[in-house]
Design a protein. Structure first.
Length: 200
């Protein structure tokens, strides 16, 4: 008789515990998914403008040439970069090779703090061809910008490496996301200046 009573009580109690456990797990899972989704959405909102679009100019809504010069001058002035004196050439070479004009400045900021930290007399602000003791020097910034723009187009974009994450694998293979994160960051700063310019 006692066994029957215990069995009668045990069965519904067990079902209740299982039900409560499943309910709790469901709530925890939903919270975790919502929290992860929120973080993911923040990351996507931060980088989708730069990661999803490639560097072909026809796919980008850019301001006109004069506006781009003004934007880059403001950008380089913020960081006291000597590249402020060659922004016309950056825009020209970007147009010549059909790449986003924000990419060359962004790489320069990542590689050399906008030409502040480079091998003396090299004019190489992009870490271009620098491996260990090996380095490539240029006669001036204009020559360097031309070489970098051409290389990005011929050796990277034409091979499908069309955003910072893809470029990173060949430009600086030892980096694990840091290089592309920084390049995206500076492209973002240029985009903010574009927006402010349009709204002014």
């Amino acid at each position: 008789m006692k066994l029957f009573v215990l069995s009668f009580i045990w069965f519904p109690a067990t079902l209740m515990i299982i039900f409560l456990s499943l309910t709790t797990l469901s709530k925890i899972d939903n919270y975790s998914q919502n929290r992860t989704l929120g973080i993911s959405n923040q990351a996507i909102n931060l980088f989708n403008l730069y990661e999803q679009n490639d560097f072909f100019q026809e796919n980008l809504k850019l301001p006109n040439t004069d506006a781009r010069v003004v934007v880059l001058k403001k950008f380089f002035a913020t960081y006291r970069s000597p590249l402020i004196d060659v922004v016309d050439n950056i825009v020209h070479q970007s147009d010549l090779y059909g790449i986003d004009y924000a990419l060359i400045p962004a790489i320069a900021m990542q590689e050399s703090q906008g030409c502040k930290v480079i091998p003396p007399g090299s004019f190489n602000c992009w870490g271009f061809g620098i491996y260990g003791d090996k380095k490539i020097s240029f006669a001036n910034y204009e020559q360097a910008i031309s070489a970098v723009a051409k290389t990005i187009k011929e050796a990277y974009i034409k091979r499908g490496l069309t955003n910072p994450t893809l470029l990173e694998d060949r430009w600086t293979p030892s980096s694990i996301g840091n290089w592309s994160y920084s390049v995206n960051f500076f492209i973002g700063k240029i985009r903010e200046l574009e927006k402010n310019y349009r709204n002014s």
